[in-house]
Design a protein around this ligand. Structure first.
Ligand code: C5P
Length: 219
C-alpha cells in the first residue's frame, strides 16, 4: 500500500506527550506513547508527502524519510511548530500537550519538609488553535481523546479551535487509544462524520490521510 496520494503536500505534525519541569529532576506529563503521530508520519511519507514531525519525549524510532525535531515542553513544541509552519500546507496536532505548566520552575531540587505542598500551574498555549489561526492558512486537523460524549466534545473543538477536521477517539475503551497499538476514530468535519473502525494505528493513519487528501482536493 503506497499510492503516492500526498505527493506535493508538506505535512507538519506533533506527537507524543509534553514534559513540564517542576524542578531540575521532576516533571509532570501524561501517558501518550506517540504511536499514533509516528504512524501518521510514516504513512504520510510513504504516501509521498514531505513530513516534519515535532515530537515530545517518546521511545520510538524516526520513520524513514521523516524530518524529526525533538522537544520537551509545550512552549518548546509551540516554538518549533511556529518556526516550521510556513513551509507546510497541512498540520496535524496529534500530541497530548500538557494543559498546564508549573508557574515557576524551581532552580534547585525541591526538598521535602511540610506534610502538604501546592504547585501553582498556568495554562499552556494551545498549539493547534494557534496554527489554525495562522495565515496563510494550513489545513488543520486535531485529535480529541475523550472518555464520554465523544461526538459532542469533538464537534465543540472543531468549532472552537476553527479546525478543518477532527479525529475523535474514546480512550475509555480497553485496548484502544493511549499507548495501545490499535485505535478507532470518528472523523468530523463541518459537513460530515466518518467512522474508522478499530484497527492498527498504521492502517488507521493511512485511512485518515486519505480522508484529508479527499477533503483538500474537494476544496
Ligand atoms: O482541547 P484538547 O486538549 O482536548 O484538544 C486536543 C487537540 O488539541 C489535540 O489535537 C492536541 O494535539 C491539540 N492541543 C494543542 N495544544 C494544547 C492542547 C491541545 O495543540 N495546548
Amino acid at each position: 500500500f503506497a499510492p503516492k496520494l500526498l505527493t506535493g503536500h508538506k505535512l507538519l505534525l506533533t506527537a507524543g506527550p509534553t514534559r513540564e519541569a517542576i524542578d531540575p529532576v521532576r516533571y509532570i506529563s501524561n501517558h501518550s506513547s506517540g504511536k499514533m503521530g509516528f504512524a501518521l508520519a510514516k504513512a504520510a511519507a510513504e504516501m509521498g508527502a514531505e513530513v516534519t514531525l515535532v515530537a515530545g519525549p517518546v521511545n520510538l524510532a524516526t520513520p524513514h524519510g521523516v524530518k524529526r525535531i525533538d522537544v520537551e515542553s509545550a512552549e518548546q513544541m509551540l516554538e518549533a511548530v511556529m518556526a516550521q509552519v510556513d513551509e507546510h500546507n497541512i498540520f496535524i496536532g496529534c500530541a497530548a500537550v500538557a494543559d498546564y505548566r508549573i508557574a515557576t520552575v524551581a532552580t534547585d531540587k525541591i526538598k521535602k519538609s511540610a506534610e502538604q505542598m501546592q504547585l501553582a500551574l498556568v495554562r499552556n498555549p494551545d498549539i493547534l488553535a494557534t496554527v489554525a489561526q495562522h495565515k496563510p492558512k494550513l489545513f488543520t486537523v486535531g485529535f480529541a481523546a475523550e472518555t464520554q460524549d465523544v461526538e459532542k466534545y469533538a464537534r465543540g473543538k472543531l468549532e472552537k479551535k476553527q479546525l478543518d477536521m477532527i479525529a475523535a477517539n474514546d480512550v475509555s475503551i480497553q485496548g484502544l487509544g493511549f499507548n495501545a497499538d490499535d485505535n478507532a476514530l470518528v472523523v468530523f468535519d463541518k459537513e460530515s462524520c466518518q467512522h474508522l473502525p478499530a484497527t492498527n494505528k498504521l492502517t488507521l493513519a493511512r485511512q485518515l490521510l486519505t480522508l484529508i487528501e479527499q477533503k483538500l482536493t474537494a476544496q
